[in-house]
Design a protein around this ligand. Structure first.
Ligand code: UGA
Length: 429
């Protein structure tokens, strides 16, 4: 099928590339001329495992191309996906100005029936606004359908999640675009759920809020574990094997960050408020998440006492494993708060150092995880990168002025760390 994706951020670029991979003809549109040029010349604006090879392969096969022109994308395709940013505003609500301007541009370029699909994360009832906007600005007076098709991929696992989705949600106002949408997604072999547009939009916010709630729930349990000597990982395993609960997203730690959960929670709370419902439950999820970071910093302060002029090594800057994304990263927040207390930092991340430099200044960036501990008073694990498990612990112990480790992601075994001579503090264990 002929598809256009407007916006080449995480969602847009992965969507376009994976659609091309299964045989569709895809045009990716972006206003950012430098980004389009980079992509046209084989470069990658983001790090996402497996994506670069896939882009290359599909560009070579002439199934995937990049352009600045929305008009070209609209004219040449039957289905147009909108995957533009929907950033947060200071009051927690969502800035929908990109959605609005893209809807207008699509409307102005339409010369025949088109299906316009919203893939960006938006508050419930946005689809109605998109439809109104297109109708208002469409000079050609042609038919169109608006569809809501929320995306559930995780950064760092985006290609894998897109190629093997748990489900595909298609929200529609009429049945007309349903066969085409089913055809687009047929190669992925996932269950397809067809709903009304508002339900589809709500599914996205409800899913992300629920996952954030799961994380805050286990983080709250971790507090009780610390107070009683229980082990949060054992509790998570014990409840997670109940199929009604599930083990995933029950890893206690520094709390959730990134460009999705914090923003989507605020947005969902805000839209609920506008609809007359005070979503206290989700406010508590936010509060527990903030408190988790405070508690971790308190742990560091209680052990090291004065942080001023202490040298601290930090492993991990990305907001999670497998990504170079540092937006609202708990690791960066932790570093900034330690710096505010006067600590001097030596930091390392397998992928996110370049992006971190722009937001975390005055830190010493180290190129090898095994050198981070050199001359430090303590070592912190701030991101759940699996390779940190391969840290040379013997070398780190010798390099530290005193062998103290704070593990914000529970990567190491408590008994093993004590046997190696570390003062080892993790979360909920
Ligand atoms: C999240 C959702 O998982 C995706 O389904 C969704 O499509 C995406 O948001 C989005 O709305 O675009 P993402 O933000 O990429 O994906 O990353 P997650 O893997 O969900 O992790 C979010 C944060 O939660 C990270 O900071 C991670 O460290 C933390 N986390 C995750 C925990 O603290 N504990 C866990 O058990 C799992």
């Amino acid at each position: 099928m002929k598809l256009t994706i407007i916006g080449t951020g995480y969602v847009g670029l992965v969507t376009g590339t994976c659609f091309a991979e299964v045989g569709h003809q895809v045009i990716c549109v972006d206003k950012d001329a430098a980004k389009v040029k980079l992509l046209q010349s084989g470069g990658m604006p983001i790090y996402e495992p497996g994506l670069e090879e896939l882009v290359k392969r599909n560009v070579e096969a002439k199934r995937l191309s990049f352009t600045n022109s929305t008009e070209e994308g609209v004219v040449k395709s039957d289905i147009i996906f909108i995957a533009v940013p929907t950033p947060p505003q200071p009051d927690g609500s969502v800035d929908l100005s990109f959605m609005e301007s893209v809807s207008r541009e699509i409307a102005q370029s339409m010369t025949g029936y088109k299906v316009v699909v919203d893939k960006s994360t938006v508050p419930v009832q946005t689809g109605e606004k998109v439809a109104e906007t297109i109708k208002r600005y469409c000079k050609a007076r042609v038919d169109f359908d608006v569809v809501s098709n929320p995306e559930f991929l995780r950064e760092g696992f985006a290609v894998e999640d897109f190629m093997k989705p748990d489900r595909v949600v298609i929200g529609v106002r009429s049945q007309r675009p349903v066969p085409a949408m089913k055809q687009v997604y047929a190669p992925f072999g996932a269950p397809i759920i067809v709903t009304d547009i508002n339900s589809a939009e709500l599914i996205k916010h409800a899913a992300n809020s629920f996952l954030a709630l799961k994380i805050s729930y286990i983080n709250a349990i971790s507090v009780i574990c610390e107070a009683t000597g229980a082990n949060v990982q054992e509790v998570a395993n014990g409840i997670g094997l109940d199929a009604r609960i599930g083990r995933r997203f029950l890893d206690a730690g520094l709390g959730f960050g990134g460009s999705c959960f914090p923003k989507d929670l605020s947005a969902f709370i805000k839209i609920s408020e506008q609809l007359g419902y005070d979503f206290q439950l989700l406010k508590e999820v936010q509060r527990i998440n903030a408190e988790q970071m405070n508690r971790f910093i308190k742990k560091i302060e209680e052990t090291l006492w004065v942080l001023k002029d202490k040298k601290i090594g930090v492993l991990g800057l990305a907001f999670k494993q497998n990504t170079d994304d540092v937006r609202l990263s708990p690791a960066i927040e932790l570093c900034q708060r330690l710096q505010k207390e006067g600590a001097r930092l030596r930091v390392y991340d397998p992928r996110a150092m370049e992006k971190a430099r722009a937001v975390l200044r005055d830190a010493e960036y180290v190129n090898d995880m095994n050198e981070v501990a050199e001359g430090c008073d303590a070592l912190i694990v701030a991101t759940e990168w699996p390779e940190f498990k391969k840290l040379d612990l013997e070398r780190a112990r010798k390099a530290l002025s005193h062998p103290i480790m704070f593990d914000g992601r529970n990567l190491f075994d408590c008994e093993e760390m004590e046997r190696l001579g570390f003062i080892y503090k993790s979360v909920g264990r």
